[in-house]
Design a protein around this ligand. Structure first.
Ligand SMILES: *Cc1c(COP(=O)(O)O)cnc(C)c1O
Ligand code: SF4
Length: 338
């Protein structure tokens, strides 16, 4: 790992050379295999380990509690059953109107173009979602178009997944060009963790594709800890910002990873350095296998109050929960006092 120069390797080859073996990951980090308690391998069979080497390089060798490592390393506690932690906590299977379309909110909907992610985050609420059955092909475009045109409220499409930036620029271009043909659409949002885990994904072609679109582009990256944002990563993402593309961040509040006001403040400042605005701080979705990342409401409120006190308002992400069937994300802090 020491001399692995991911900065010089194109993103396609990084994406095809992911680490999928927990033992290899531990070895790269000079950690002993005993780090994986029995059960962890089984957990990794249920939801595969998947992590780019560029992301591993941001972890601290020899630290079994590294906050980036803990987001991706399979854990035996994932196998524990907890009654409130279920496979589809957000009821997404019901919200699925059309192949590839997930329309839960008025003005905007998710278009799922791929089920693949560059990294598997152990806390992900989509770890059980059957994407493979829900991917639109070229011939489905007409149905999607008809759907959009039948919903006059829609002015924004959100590319989601999976992770849309695992797709080739050619494929992204194809879909963007289709959407540009619909006058009712004004905004295109791209939700992706790839710029964080493989910064080279922000290549010249992508930047030019996004900069030249008729649609106003918003990229929402996903970073939970300042260590994910090294100088190289920030420089890459800044290339988008320099083209007047709005870049926002969403994070998930996770036990043992970022459950302190200090860590969250560092994250906000670091994001701001790169020109990224903090957007959402999600509380954990109660998905089966993620219980060990959970925090109590009391803890969350204490942390968030501290965040509010310590950061200027523009660097405070909105604390929200996604509630199945609600028309928007539900803001959490202090709502009961109104
Ligand atoms: C959060 C979310 C959106 C977008 O919501 P915003 O509040 O506009 O960011 C859209 N679709 C799904 C499924 C979501 O979870
Ligand atoms: S959808 Fe996002 S959070 Fe879930 S595994 Fe993929 S990159 Fe991670």
């Amino acid at each position: 790992m020491i001399n692995y120069l991911y900065q010089e390797q194109n993103w396609q080859s990084q994406l095809s050379d992911l680490i999928t073996d927990p033992l290899e990951l531990l070895q790269l980090l000079q950690l002993s295999p005993e780090q994986l308690l029995s059960g962890a391998i089984l957990a990794s069979e249920q939801f595969k380990l998947r992590v780019p080497r560029a992301f591993v390089q941001k972890m601290t060798p020899g630290d079994p509690l590294d906050p980036l490592l803990l987001q991706v390393l399979p854990h035996h506690l994932e196998l524990e059953e907890h009654p409130n932690f279920v496979t589809d906590p957000l009821g997404e299977e019901q919200a699925n109107q059309q192949l590839g379309v997930l329309h839960k909110y008025k003005s905007r909907f998710l278009l799922t173009l791929t089920g693949a992610c560059a990294v598997h985050c152990r806390y992900c609420f989509r770890r059980h979602f059957p994407y493979q059955e829900n991917l639109p092909k070229n011939e489905d475009w007409l149905n999607i178009k008809n759907y959009i045109e039948s919903q006059a409220d829609i002015n924004e499409v959100i590319f989601s997944g999976g992770d849309p930036l695992t797709l080739s620029n050619r494929k992204l271009k194809l879909w963007i060009e289709r959407l540009e043909l619909l006058p009712q659409l004004k905004f295109l949002r791209i939700h992706s963790r790839v710029p964080i885990v493989i910064p080279n994904r922000v290549d010249k072609e992508l930047v030019s594709l996004l900069k030249n679109s008729r649609l106003r582009i918003i990229v929402v990256v996903h970073s939970n800890h300042a260590n994910e944002l090294d100088d190289f990563t920030c420089a890459k993402i800044s290339e988008l910002v320099e083209q007047k593309i709005t870049v926002l961040n969403q994070a998930v509040l996770l036990k043992d990873i970022n459950n302190s006001a200090q860590i969250l403040a560092d994250l906000s400042y670091r994001l701001f350095d790169a020109g990224i605005m903090p957007y959402y701080l999600h509380v954990l979705d109660k998905v089966k296998g993620a219980h060990h990342f959970d925090l109590s409401s009391e803890e969350i409120n204490l942390i968030y109050k501290d965040v509010l006190e310590n950061l200027p308002g523009y660097l405070v992400p909105k604390l929200v929960r996604e509630i199945a069937g609600e028309k928007n994300k539900t803001p959490l802090f202090g709502v009961s006092t109104f």
